[in-house]
Design a protein around this ligand. Structure first.
Ligand code: AKG
Ligand code: FE2
Length: 360
C-alpha cells in the first residue's frame, strides 16, 4: 500500500486546479450579489434538452439484502444488471449501513458548511494532496461556472487519514467520516461482487487492497434571483468505477440523462444513489453505462450531498473484458493514472474523457 506522501505527489500530477469564488459566501453576501457577479454563472445551454419529471419514479430500486438472500438473489441480480445497462443509476435500499452512522455524517456535514468561511478556508489545499475546500478540482472550464462548493477527502487507503488538514470542526466530524467511509467500503464491495458475477469478470482491482475512495461533500446554495439559469454541477459522467451518493438533506436537484432528456431524481432518504462510472463502462466493454448527470438549483433551499467515488488505484490498468471470440473490444485499455489525468484536465474540448477511450 502506498504511503500518503506518494499518493499526494502522484495526485499532484493528476489533478488540475481552477480556484474560484466560494458561492455559499457569494449567495449570502447581499453586496456581492450584483448582476455583474451573477452574470458569469448564467448558462445558456440549460434548456436545450427537455426535463421529464414524469419519469422520476422509474429510476430502478435495488435491494442489497435481496442480492445476498438465496431466495431472491437471482431475480435481484437480474434487476441490477438491467439498472446498470439501461439507466446507469439505481437507488440502493436496505443497504445495511447503521442509521446512526448516516445520521451523524448528515448532521456533521450540515454543521461543517455552517462554519464561517475562514474556518472552512483553513482546509483549502491545492490538489497536491487532493483535499480542499472550494472548487479546487473542477475538471472543466465550464465547471468554474457551477453554483456549488466542494470539499474533498481521500478516505481510503486508510493511511490517507493521517493527512495534515483533517477537519476538526465539528469535533465529531473525523469519526463520522471514518465510520461512514468504512461502512461504504463494505457496501461498495458487496455491489462490486455482484457486478463481477453479472458480467462474469474478475474484479480483483476493485478489491479493498487496490481500491481508493474519495469523498466529496457538495454544497449547493439556493439562488434567489435566477435559479433556473444556473447549474450546481455541469453535465458530466463520473471518472470512477462506482459512485455512491448520499443526498444529505434530501433536497432535489440531481438530473440524469436518459434518451436525450433529463430525468430529475427524487431523493429517497433511506437509499444511496449508486451510479456506474467510466471505468466500469470500459471494463464491461460498454454493457454497463456511465451516464451523464447534472445538478440544478432552486430558489429557496440549499442542497447538500456526499459523493463517494470508488476508483481503482492509480497504478491499475483497466481493459474491456469481452465475453466470447465474437465480441469485439469497443474501448482501449487505459491506465488509471493516465485516464484520471485526462479526466481532470481542462483539455477535453467539450467531449467526455470516455469518448477518448472509445474505439471507432
Ligand atoms: O451532488 C449531486 O447530487 C451529484 C454530485 C455528482 O454528480 C458528483 O459528485 O460527481
Ligand atoms: Fe457525478
Amino acid at each position: 500500500m502506498e504511503a500518503p506522501t506518494n499518493t499526494e505527489t502522484r495526485w499532484s500530477r493528476v489533478a488540475s486546479s481552477l480556484p474560484v469564488r466560494n458561492v455559499q459566501d457569494l449567495a449570502t453576501d447581499s453586496e456581492g450579489l450584483t448582476e455583474e457577479t451573477l452574470k458569469r454563472y448564467i448558462r445558456l445551454d440549460i434548456q436545450e434538452d427537455e426535463v421529464l419529471a414524469e419519469h422520476s419514479g422509474e429510476v430502478p430500486v435495488i435491494n442489497l439484502g435481496k442480492l445476498f438472500n438465496p431466495d431472491f438473489a437471482e431475480e435481484e441480480s437480474a434487476r441490477l444488471r438491467f439498472a446498470c445497462e439501461d439507466w446507469g443509476f439505481f437507488q440502493l435500499v436496505n443497504h445495511g449501513i447503521p442509521e446512526e452512522i448516516i445520521a451523524s455524517i448528515r448532521s456533521d456535514i450540515e454543521r461543517f458548511f455552517k462554519l464561517p468561511l475562514e474556518v472552512k478556508n483553513a482546509y483549502a489545499q491545492l490538489p497536491g494532496d487532493l483535499q480542499g475546500y472550494g472548487q479546487a478540482f473542477v475538471v472543466s472550464e465550464s465547471q468554474t461556472l457551477d453554483w456549488s462548493d466542494m470539499f474533498v477527502i481521500i478516505a481510503h487507503p486508510n493511511e490517507a487519514r493521517d493527512m495534515k488538514y483533517w477537519p476538526v470542526k465539528p469535533h465529531t466530524f473525523r469519526k463520522s467520516i471514518e465510520d461512514y467511509s468504512s461502512e461504504l467500503m463494505k457496501t461498495a464491495h458487496s455491489i462490486v461482487t455482484v457486478i463481477a458475477k453479472t458480467l462474469n469478470i474478475d474484479l480483483e482491482l476493485m478489491g479493498d487492497k487496490y481500491v481508493c475512495q474519495y469523498l466529496r461533500m457538495n454544497y449547493y446554495p439556493p439562488c434567489m434571483t435566477m435559479a433556473e439559469k444556473v447549474l450546481g454541477f455541469s453535465p458530466h459522467s463520473d471518472g470512477s468505477f462506482l459512485t455512491l451518493l448520499l443526498e444529505v438533506n434530501s433536497v432535489e436537484g440531481l438530473q440524469i440523462k436518459r434518451r436525450d432528456a433529463w430525468i430529475p431524481v427524487k431523493p429517497d432518504p433511506n437509499a444511496l444513489l449508486v451510479n456506474v462510472g467510466d471505468f466500469l463502462e470500459i471494463m464491461s466493454n460498454g454493457k454497463y453505462k456511465s451516464i451523464e448527470h447534472r445538478v440544478t438549483i432552486n430558489t429557496k433551499q440549499e442542497r447538500l450531498t456526499l459523493s463517494a467515488f470508488h476508483v481503482p488505484s492509480l497504478d491499475g490498468v483497466v481493459s474491456p473484458v469481452t465475453g466470447d471470440a465474437e465480441e469485439r473490444a469497443l474501448y482501449t485499455t487505459v491506465g488509471v493514472e493516465e485516464y484520471s489525468k485526462l479526466y481532470m484536465s481542462n483539455k477535453l474540448d467539450g467531449k467526455r474523457a470516455l469518448d477518448h477511450a472509445k474505439l471507432l
